[in-house]
Design a protein around this ligand. Structure first.
Ligand code: ADP
Ligand code: MG
Length: 296
């Protein structure tokens, strides 16, 4: 069985010290393949207010003074309590929403709308019910008029990477939730965007499927080298996935903690959950997600 040795030995695959969790000093580089070029992201003093900004009307300040610089090829989790503005930030990065304040740069250029350099995956797979698995995966290249042969070769690669071999001609209604989300991942990855933007993509899955999908995500990320910005409210999910965890406060979401993960890869869930250092990091993150008056 894969990684059985590491499952048996909780300390295996972990390199973690009891010392304070390090803060990003700009020297971090991921231990993965060379990344796709152009996947660097900068949030510069981003703030967002929903509403018409008039006195007396209901305005919601979703995000405030959010500044962060993300290196190409990293897997960054944006973690925070529900309603703290994670989706707002992701929609701004994806180009679906214009920030009220500040700006986001991708590869040094200001984001002014959606673009092929950013693939997006949401909690709902949103597959087209009348297209088979393979045709859902090739949707982007088909719409862009890419040559069929090239598209099918790429589709085969991502079908294999996402564990969908044998399901190519299935209709979406014949698939489980996890399989549908695999199709959504393959559909986003086939265009090989340097950046993948993911908003709680495994949030609707059962615990076991969720773990398999997280393992799958790390596996494909290591093979493609994309930059991933992954939103979650689940501390364990962030700890399992991330190179770096950006913890947000409750609304208006501000950056509360910027943590570089010291956990070595490959990470094994069964090992992580019994490791005391993992638990300490989790405690620190849970505290950071509260309002400052709760800090102890
Ligand atoms: N389109 C919208 N119009 C008005 N308020 C919104 C809109 N989208 C989100 N909000 C509000 O902004 C805050 C942050 O929302 P969101 O970014 O979805 O948080 P999260 O993804 O962290 O749960 C919430 O209070 C939410 O109700
Ligand atoms: Mg959300």
């Amino acid at each position: 069985m894969k990684n059985q040795e590491a499952i048996d030995d909780p300390q295996k695959g972990l390199k973690f010290s009891n010392e304070a969790i390090p803060v990003d000093d700009g020297s971090f580089s991921p231990s993965t393949k060379p990344p796709n070029p152009g996947g660097g992201i900068e949030f510069i003093n981003v703030g967002h207010i929903y509403g018409n900004h008039k006195r007396g009307s209901t305005n919601t300040e979703a995000v405030a003074e959010f500044s962060v610089s993300i290196k190409p090829g990293s897997l960054v989790c944006l973690l925070g309590p529900s309603g703290c503005g994670k989706s707002t930030l992701l929609n701004i990065l994806a180009g679906f929403e214009k920030p009220s304040l500040g700006q986001v740069l991708v590869g040094g250029k200001k984001v002014s709308g959606p673009g092929p350099d950013r693939g997006v995956v949401f909690q709902e797979p949103n597959l087209l019910p009348w297209r088979k698995v393979i045709a859902n995966i090739t949707l982007g290249p088909d719409l862009a008029g890419r040559p069929k042969k090239e598209t099918l070769a790429k589709a085969r690669r991502f079908i294999e990477l996402t564990g969908l071999s044998g399901f190519e001609t299935y209709a979406p209604y014949e698939l489980s939730g996890g399989m549908k989300q695999r199709v959504a991942l393959a559909r986003a990855w086939i265009s090989e965007p340097p950046i993948m933007v993911m908003d709680e993509p495994f949030g609707a899955l059962d615990a076991q499927t969720r773990i398999s999908m997280q393992e799958l995500l790390v596996d494909v990320w290591e093979k493609t080298g994309s930059t991933i910005v992954f939103v979650t409210h689940d501390v364990d999910e962030a700890l399992f996935l991330a190179d770096r965890i950006l913890v947000m406060t409750p609304r208006p979401g501000r950056l509360s903690k910027d943590i570089i993960s010291p956990l070595a890869r490959p990470r094994i869930y069964e090992s992580l959950v019994v490791n005391s250092d993992y638990a300490m990091m989790k405690r620190e993150i849970l505290l950071a997600m509260r309002k400052p008056e709760y800090y102890i």
